[in-house]
Design a protein around this ligand. Structure first.
Ligand code: ZN
Length: 135
């Protein structure tokens, strides 16, 4: 037999793949998975999960954009520019989703951009935001 098999014995451990968790006897001190395919599967699952959260965040950013678009149209009719935070929350706007933050050089405030629309916190104590549209 040409294949070298180590005589060293390592204590049995559990496979690191959350979907497997089988007990196995490692033939190498660094072996974390019961077999190579299990390592590949675990890596694929991890990548899939990472993509899922990334896409769900993109979905929320698009939803944020739609909410701001609807508010923009409504406010244009009322010649209004300021929105209270409670209205945004009522519309299911999510502040924690990814946004591009750009500083307004005139006011010094940060503007949170979600695609075409941006929110600028103009009155911190009264929780008022000014709505911006990309020109
Ligand atoms: Zn396994």
């Amino acid at each position: 037999m040409s294949r070298r098999i180590s005589n060293r014995r390592y204590p049995a451990r559990k496979c690191k793949n959350p979907a497997c968790k089988e007990g196995f006897v490692p033939h190498d001190r660094r072996q974390e998975y019961c077999e190579p395919q299990c390592r590949i599967n675990a890596n694929n699952d991890r990548r899939f999960e990472a993509n899922k959260t990334r896409f769900s965040d993109e979905k929320q950013v698009r939803l944020n954009n739609r909410i701001l678009e609807a508010l923009w149209k409504k406010m244009q009719g009322q010649k209004q520019k300021l929105i209270h935070k409670s209205i945004l929350e009522w519309e299911k706007f999510r502040f924690d989703s990814q946004a591009m933050i750009v500083k307004n050089t005139i006011t010094g405030n940060s503007i949170l951009w979600y695609y075409d629309y941006g929110l600028e916190l103009t009155d911190q104590t009264r929780k008022l935001y000014e709505l911006h549209k990309k020109s």
